[in-house]
Design a protein around this ligand. Structure first.
Ligand SMILES: NC(=O)C1=CN([C@@H]2O[C@H](COP(=O)(O)OP(=O)(O)OC[C@H]3O[C@@H](n4cnc5c(N)ncnc54)[C@H](OP(=O)(O)O)[C@@H]3O)[C@@H](O)[C@H]2O)[C@@H](O)CC1
Ligand SMILES: Nc1ncnc2c1ncn2[C@@H]1O[C@H](COP(=O)(O)OP(=O)(O)O)[C@@H](O)[C@H]1O
Ligand SMILES: [K+]
Length: 495
């Protein structure tokens, strides 16, 4: 790490510190381990592994190191660590011999120091074969820095990776551990700054904020002397004929996130149903032509939510093009979700080109993100942070790239959400998020220059409400349950 080197920090000492951090985990969790297998690669991740193996050996626990190149010298500090292990009586065996020796050794723990941040692309065959064999052993695994096979920058697994029980990671947050495939592979994350985390803080290396604690979504307490006008007016636009659900859920979520007033503009056939589901909403029908009274309502809104069940069929397109023609989307902070994102691709030129909007929050799931950039969904999952940034730059917007470890970025700042659970992978959950963002912004943070910050808070709160909902069981939670528990999530974050 350059900044550490520039400050005269000895890189071998860092490797020793990394090895000690992993050894601490061995002692804390597996002090009665029988035989310990350590995989050591040919880079510095392997160097860390040799340090751990030496410490295990030194404490008289049986240990064998398996390496893809057991006889070869390594480069730099890794070779110092390897030599130190050997000179303390350590044993190194070829990785391909693992299947033959495993019954004899009878291991009860495996430490993975095969590949770390230097890994790129797809696993080479010999590595993949070894890792696939290891996965059949059902051993607890401690991964050093990263589970081998996971890309630490992107959170993408090409075809195979180690599924760790614990991952002991070093210095700064590796985005790939907390987004995309990362959480399925790294088990419980343990962090060691190796004493140089301050160095990272003072460097100009781009880092991401991991949203993991309610403190990061702190909200102001309401004044006793407040009224509904203090908490904003949100207008939600969507709901083509026969599709009232998504726009209803978005609007109800705005209410449950504390907005003062919420209006829905929808197809006339949805009005009665939505009104009866939530009489607190003001619901107006439009046959696709927006008359002056509807335009006036929209133009007086503090925030718009456009898109849930809007459809790309004639009704939705007509509504959307009139919002564009009247420049309403360019002047009012707007959350664009679902079909509004699909229409945005079509109306990119009149809407976005030459306008630095900076008033939008776009909330694509990976398929919508792919459409926004005209790429494949696989391209999106290969590098979620870079893709979210690209969309932010293209549209002059804050972007929430949804899914496991949602990315929130204005193109410069990056946050990764650490709340939420896979039970939330169910219809309508994105509509709820669009509503929560609008509600949190209008309720707590009307200053549009804080768009990135308030979007971060809202995404965290949405996941938190999902986690509260999942307390009685994760699978089978539904979007309307999450809406109802938003007040509890808000309550946790209000100081
Ligand atoms: N930075 C710090 O502050 C600190 C960093 N530290 C540690 O250093 C680690 C980074 O070390 P690093 O840079 O040496 O890379 P690393 O992860 O060992 O991988 C290199 C090896 O990967 C291999 N390889 C690559 N792609 C492959 C593929 N597709 N399939 C198969 N193999 C592939 C490549 O093989 P090659 O192509 O050279 O044959 C090379 O041998 C970091 O994760 C942390 O543990 C700590 O010591 C403390 C402080
Ligand atoms: N595995 C997961 N972990 C955390 N959050 C998730 C997970 N799956 C889905 N979510 C969240 O649920 C929401 C789903 O949104 P989306 O896919 O747009 O649903 P819909 O289109 O049905 O409304 C997003 O906020 C997403 O981040
Ligand atoms: K590793």
């Amino acid at each position: 790490m350059k900044c550490a080197e520039q400050q005269g920090i000895d890189m071998y000492q860092l490797m020793e510190a990394a090895g000690h951090a992993v050894f601490d985990c061995v002692l804390a969790k597996y002090s009665h381990a029988n035989h310990i297998i350590v995989l050591a690669g040919t880079g510095n991740n392997g160097g860390d592994a040799y340090v751990v193996a030496r410490l295990i050996n030194h404490s008289n626990m049986p240990v064998t190191v398996f390496s893809p190149k057991p006889q070869s010298k390594l480069r730099g500090d890794a070779e110092i660590a390897r030599q130190s292990f050997l000179s303390h009586g350590g044993t190194i065996v070829g990785l391909e011999k693992l299947p033959d020796l495993v019954d004899e050794l009878h291991p009860s723990l495996l430490i993975d120091g095969l590949l770390g941040t230097g890994f790129d692309g797809a696993l080479r065959d010999e590595y993949r074969v070894a890792l696939e064999f290891i996965s059949t052993l059902s051993l607890p695994i401690i991964a050093i820095d990263l589970p081998s096979g996971l890309n630490g920058d992107t959170g993408h697994v090409v075809d195979f990776a180690i599924k760790a029980t614990y991952t002991v990671t070093f210095v700064g947050l590796k985005v790939g551990l907390v987004t995309g495939d990362g959480p399925d592979y790294c088990g419980t994350l343990l962090f060691s700054g190796l004493g140089i985390e301050q160095c990272l803080n003072h460097s100009n290396i781009a880092t991401a904020t991991w949203l993991k604690s309610p403190i990061q979504a702190q909200l102001q307490k309401r004044k006793f002397n407040s009224h509904k006008g203090s908490f904003g007016h949100v207008v939600c636009i969507g709901g083509a004929v026969g599709m009232p659900g998504a726009i209803f859920m978005a609007a109800k979520s705005v209410l449950r996130s504390g907005a003062g007033k919420v209006t829905v503009i929808t197809h006339p056939q949805n009005v009665t149903l939505i009104n009866s589901l939530a009489p607190e909403l003001m619901v107006f029908g439009s046959d696709g032509e927006m008359d002056q009274s509807i335009k006036d309502r929209i133009s007086h809104a503090d925030i718009l939510v456009v898109g849930p069940s809007l459809s790309v069929a004639p009704w939705g397109e007509s509504v959307f093009t009139q919002l564009v023609a009247d420049d309403l989307l360019a002047h009012i902070p707007t959350i664009l979700d679902a079909d509004a994102l699909n229409l945005l691709c079509k109306y990119y030129d009149p809407l976005v080109k030459n306008k630095n909007l900076n008033k939008w929050v776009l909330t694509p799931h990976p398929l919508e993100a792919a459409r926004l950039l005209d790429i494949s969904v696989l391209d999106v999952s290969k590098n979620r942070v870079a893709i979210a940034r690209d969309i932010a730059h293209k549209f002059g917007a804050v972007v929430v790239l949804k899914g496991c470890g949602s990315i929130i970025t204005d193109g410069v700042n990056v946050a990764i959400n650490g709340s939420g659970n896979p039970g939330m992978a169910t219809a309508g959950m994105g509509d709820v998020l669009a509503g929560v963002i609008a509600g949190v912004m209008t309720n707590f943070d009307k200053n549009e220059t804080a768009l990135q910050k308030s979007t971060q808070k809202a995404v965290f709160l949405h996941g938190l409400a999902g986690d509260i909902t999942a307390k009685n069981g994760e699978i089978g939670i539904i979007s309307t349950d999450v809406i109802e528990l938003m007040p509890q999530a808000l309550d946790i974050c209000i100081k």
